[in-house]
Design a protein around this ligand. Structure first.
Ligand SMILES: [Zn+2]
Ligand SMILES: [Zn+2]
Length: 426
């Protein structure tokens, strides 16, 4: 059982600074979400530390050794060709067996000329997990031959949320239920390898402690005094003073007081995503030809027809494709406005909302994965053909833009607005 460690000692400025013993791992650190400086005690494997002010996940004692990570990465490497190229689903249609694999689905999208949507699906289901494996293997080999591992560690910080094999697995279930209306369907041989790949990648994401890796490869002395000039690096979460070139001493990324143009970039991505969401919901997302007649489905009409067969799966697709993107846009819109209005009410609730939309945003890719699988399954020329409508591209771009809008938003601005609101009131 994981023991949640709450840091009991809060520090705010001006505070009497206290020098900690050099032998202990306890050190001063700033929260990367609210910028508070606090004392982080030494953590054991069972400990997880949360920020005392905003409740952000700050650090965890959980850590897999490089040896274990390498074994997992090699196993994933062996599984990958089977998971991606072996059939995940097979259908019997008009006496013939048709197999669908991940790569075939992507290839069908490319053949129809939609390279951007195909690249999106490839990146999230193939590219990102492959990069994770390559990064772990690189971390194992590179230090021995004196190569720089900083870029790989920086990339790992951002890579986690783009690994979407778990969502693809749910996509396989949804595609099964959709195709059941047209043909007899079976699980394919590649599914076992795919499920194993999903489990291993989830475990790796949970147990890969990037903070510990930074400390192992580029050890830096901890902050033993409550130094008000120390800043937190958003790229590697190290707290310290910038070097003579204004960079983080550990990862060499410029150390700024706040993320540059955060609000402008976040607004731009949000407005753009809203503009893409409109055609994504009005235009057809999938087109089925049955005996020469064309039947178009928008995201909503597709969910309604899915609801006649299986209400539970229709609910999942509804949440992933309609509820999540629109809620995310509305929540982000109110969050950005609250910074401009220097709002101080419900700051903890707002931080929680930001974390929830960061977590759920990636699930919106579900529909694109289902479409890509369906395209390789249901393709019988004149008799029965499933193709992608123009909305799929708009939808994919909108999802990526909302993910970027959240990524670019510097949550410390909420706390700046909160503090300035408080000062105005007094
Ligand atoms: Zn915090
Ligand atoms: Zn850094």
């Amino acid at each position: 059982m994981h023991l949640k460690l709450r840091i009991a000692r809060l520090l705010s400025f001006p505070a009497r600074s206290e020098v900690l013993p050099k032998t202990s791992d306890a050190h001063y650190q700033r929260c990367h979400e609210c910028d508070m400086l606090f004392l982080l005690p030494s953590l054991t494997r069972r400990h997880t530390a949360y920020c005392p002010r905003c409740n952000a996940h700050v650090d965890s004692g959980r850590d897999w050794s490089m040896k274990r990570l390498t074994i997992i990465a090699v196993t994933m490497l062996i599984l990958m060709p089977f998971a991606w190229t072996s059939p995940l689903l097979s259908i019997w249609l008009l006496g013939a067996r048709i197999d669908a694999s991940l790569m075939q689905g992507v290839w069908q999208m490319v053949k129809q000329g939609d390279v951007i949507t195909a690249s999106l699906v490839t990146f999230c289901a193939v590219g990102a997990p492959a990069t994770l494996v390559a990064a772990i293997l690189y971390l194992r080999i590179a230090p021995r031959i004196g190569m720089n591992v900083r870029p790989v560690l920086l990339m790992l910080h951002r890579l986690k949320e783009w690994i979407m094999v778990d969502i693809y697995l749910i996509g396989i279930v949804v595609a099964t239920i959709k195709v059941r209306d047209y043909a007899f369907i079976q699980w394919g041989e590649g599914l076992v390898a795919f499920i194993a790949l999903v489990i291993l990648s989830i475990l790796t994401i949970i147990y890969l402690n990037i903070g510990q890796l930074w400390q192992r490869f580029y050890p830096q002395p901890f902050q033993k005094t409550a130094n008000p000039h120390a800043r937190v690096c958003l790229a590697c979460h190290h707290t310290g003073e910038p070097d003579e070139r204004g960079r983080c001493v550990r990862c060499h990324v410029p150390l700024r007081y706040r993320r540059r143009h955060s609000l402008q970039k976040s607004w731009a991505a949000l407005i753009a995503s809203l503009m893409f969401l409109i055609p994504a919901n009005l235009l057809p997302v999938s087109i089925i030809y049955v005996n020469g007649t064309r039947q178009e489905d928008t995201i909503l009409s597709g969910i309604i027809s899915l609801g006649h067969g299986n209400i539970f799966v229709a609910a999942i697709v509804f949440i992933a494709s309609i509820l999540v993107p629109f809620t995310k846009v509305i929540v982000l819109f109110t969050l950005l406005l609250s910074i401009h209005c220097r709002c101080e009410q419900g700051i903890l609730a707002r931080m929680k909302m930001l974390r929830i939309i960061t977590w759920v945003g990636r699930w919106s890719m579900l529909d694109l994965f289902v479409i890509s699988l369906m395209m390789s399954l249901v393709n019988r020329e004149q008799l029965l053909t499933f193709t992608m409508g123009p909305a799929a591209l708009y939808f994919g771009v909108a999802v990526v833009l909302t993910m970027l809008a959240v990524e670019w938003l510097d949550s410390r601005l909420f706390w700046d607005a909160y503090e300035s609101g408080k000062h105005d009131a007094t």
